[in-house]
Design a protein around this ligand. Structure first.
Ligand SMILES: *Cc1c(COP(=O)(O)O)cnc(C)c1O
Length: 360
């Protein structure tokens, strides 16, 4: 057993049994005599790993036959550009809701390709809420409407799926992937980087409704075309084989935990405990509206920020690491993804109470 609890926002902690299994298989995967890293991506061993990971994800998320799963590279950030290139025709406007730093980056990237309508923004409230849906100015002719379901930096999460009628809903779920149930059929496209809740960095996953594949702008190079990747079953070129293998192990682990429904219940419990500890104290605070507080990334500040350094140093000596907040928000951030056990959250709360007693 490892001694530390790792609260990194990403690349984030992976389930210990997954790392143990990968270590066991490192030199010789299932009697093949090879590490997964050394296998031809067109050979039968890797092909079975690839197909298995995809099937497990389809099962875990209940992905309907109408949607394709793509394993890509370039992170979620490359998706920021691929979305308009693949879904919007030249000059066609796209809708974005701006709820934080990741929404902003997605908007900035989309602007390189055409007009962007920011249908709603919470920037003037310092990104502490989601603007009420009734106030959104959605364009019925937009190519798609984009939301960031969980703002990893600000700690703001959607717990509802907005209705966008005939405009396909597109969602960045990088930091909430597989943490709770999602009705995939409501979305035109869902995407995310793996390094928050699924596996190592280097893999991005896109789940796209098949009829949207044909929208790709003429002349788009194949590596940036969803259609080309879908036609090649994500093997247009060498895929990130080891990252996909690791994701497959995480999916297997999650199935063993009882699937998404079971982990969602645990995630609710973990987040509720931590928010309760913050709200019950006059020393710690979280600025986000209670109805959209993230279950995955929980930023909090100390009443006196000159104590930040002491808080972090004390946390480290208690084996609680990577709690420093994002430079744009300051303070602390506890990322408590699927791999963070309840005991880790409890250890953090115990430490916070202790620190408050001695320093406040
Ligand atoms: C981490 C993150 C990204 C960026 O992911 P990269 O893989 O670094 O490109 C985008 N959106 C959200 C919500 C994230 O948490």
């Amino acid at each position: 057993m490892r001694k530390i609890f790792n609260f990194s926002a990403g690349p984030a902690a992976l389930p210990e049994p997954v790392l143990t299994k990968a270590a066991k298989q490192m030199l010789d995967w299932q009697g093949s005599g090879q590490s997964v890293m050394e296998m031809s991506h067109r050979g039968e061993h890797y092909m079975s790993i690839h197909a298995d990971a995809q099937q497990r994800l389809r099962r875990l998320m209940n992905i309907p036959d109408s949607h394709k799963v793509l394993f890509l590279q370039g992170g979620a950030t490359q998706q920021f550009a691929m979305l308009p290139m693949n879904l919007a025709s030249t000059g066609q406007s796209v809708d974005y809701v701006n709820t934080g730093q990741w929404s902003k980056k997605a908007i900035a990237a989309a602007r390189d390709f055409g007009p962007v309508n920011v249908a709603a923004t919470s920037e003037s409230d310092n990104f502490t809420n989601i603007p009420p849906v009734e106030s959104w100015s959605l364009d019925p002719d937009a190519a798609y409407a984009h939301i960031c379901v969980n703002e990893t930096i600000g700690g703001v999460e959607y717990f509802f799926t907005p209705e966008t009628n005939n405009v396909p809903l597109v969602a960045d779920i990088s930091s909430t992937f597989l943490s709770r149930q999602v009705d995939v059929s409501r979305y035109g496209l869902i995407y995310g980087g793996a390094q928050k809740n699924i596996g190592p960095a280097g893999l991005a996953i896109v789940i796209i409704r098949e009829d949207l594949l044909d929208r790709v702008r003429p002349g788009t190079t194949s590596m940036l075309s969803y259609k080309a990747h879908a036609d090649a079953d994500s093997m247009l070129n060498t895929p990130p084989t080891f990252a996909i293998y690791m994701a497959g192990l995480v999916f297997e682990w999650l199935e063993g935990q009882g699937g998404v429904q079971a982990i969602e219940a645990l995630n609710k419990e973990k987040a509720a405990l931590l928010y309760q500890a913050i709200d019950n104290s006059s020393f710690y605070s979280n600025p986000v509206d209670p109805d959209c507080r993230s279950r995955m990334n929980i930023p909090f500040t100390l009443a006196d920020d000159s104590l930040d350094k002491a808080f972090l140093a004390g946390a480290e000596s208690n084996h609680l690491i990577q709690l420093k907040g994002h430079r744009s928000v300051g303070g602390m951030r506890a990322s408590i993804y699927n791999a963070m056990p309840l005991a880790g959250v409890q250890a953090l709360i115990d430490y916070m109470l202790d620190f408050e007693k001695t320093k406040a």
